[in-house]
Design a protein around this ligand. Structure first.
Ligand code: SF4
Length: 207
C-alpha cells in the first residue's frame, strides 16, 4: 500500500500490506502487548508433547527458556502485530493438509522475519527444522539470531490472541488456521511503578 507523495505506508516496522499479502498472510492486526494472555498452563500443554516437538530443538520448550523468561522477552515491547492464514482441509482427518499448511506458514514466517528491520521479537508456529540435525541439548543453537520461537512455547493462548486481534480462530469446519506475532515498539515505563499482570486482567498470572 502506498500513501500520498510516494511515501510508504507501513503496517508495522518496515512491512506494508502488499508484502504481507505477497507472503501469503490473509489476516493481520495490531494489539497492545498488555492484551496478550500468557499462562504457564499453555506450557504444561506443550509438555504433553502432542505435536511431537517438545524438547527437540532450541525453538520449543524447555530449550526456549523458562515461562518467565519468555514473558519478559515479549513485555520488552509495546505492541504485538498478529498475523494468520487459514488452509482448507478435505475433512477433519486431513493430517497431510494440516502439515502442508504448517509448512507453508512456517516458510512464510521465516521469509517475513528475514525482511523485518529493527528491534523485534517474532514468534510463529512450533518447531524449527532448519538444520538436518539440531544441536539441542548438547550444544548451543547454530543460528540463535534467526531462531523463531512458537506462540504456545511462550505460553500464549492463541485462541485468546486471535480474539483480541479480531481474527477468527477457525474459518470453517474443514480448515486449519496458523498464527504468528511480531512484538515490537518501545514500551513506556509503567507510571504506577507496579508490576504488570500477564494479560492486563486483574487477578490473572503475573511474573
Ligand atoms: S537453527 Fe538448527 S540448531 Fe538452532 S534450533 Fe533450529 S535446528 Fe536446532
Amino acid at each position: 500500500m502506498t500513501g500520498d507523495a510516494g511515501a510508504e505506508e507501513y503496517l508495522f516496522l518496515n512491512i506494508d500490506e502488499d508484502t504481507m499479502r505477497e507472503l501469503g498472510f490473509e489476516s493481520f492486526a495490531e494489539i497492545p502487548v498488555d492484551k496478550v494472555h500468557f499462562s504457564p498452563k499453555v506450557r504444561e500443554m506443550c509438555a504433553e508433547n502432542r505435536c511431537g516437538r517438545y524438547g527437540t530443538s532450541w525453538a520449543c520448550p524447555p530449550g526456549i527458556g523458562t515461562f518467565e523468561e519468555c514473558v519478559a522477552r515479549c513485555k520488552r515491547y509495546a505492541k504485538a502485530f498478529v498475523f494468520s492464514t487459514s488452509y482448507e482441509l478435505e475433512d477433519s482427518f486431513d493430517f497431510e493438509g494440516m502439515m502442508d499448511g504448517h509448512a507453508h506458514f512456517s516458510a512464510a514466517s521465516k521469509e517475513l522475519r528475514d525482511r523485518l528491520e529493527g528491534d523485534f521479537l517474532m514468534l510463529s508456529v512450533e518447531g524449527c527444522g532448519r538444520c538436518k540435525s539440531c544441536t539441542y541439548p548438547d550444544a548451543p543453537c547454530r543460528f540463535p539470531e534467526t531462531l523463531l520461537g512458537s506462540l504456545e512455547g511462550y505460553g500464549i493462548f492463541v485462541n485468546d490472541l486471535a480474539r483480541e486481534a479480531g481474527i477468527p480462530y477457525r474459518k470453517g469446519a474443514y480448515s486449519v488456521s496458523y498464527f504468528g506475532a511480531v512484538f515490537y515498539g518501545e514500551r513506556e515505563a509503567d507510571p504506577s511503578g507496579g508490576e504488570a499482570t500477564e494479560d492486563g486482567r486483574a487477578g490473572e498470572v503475573s511474573v
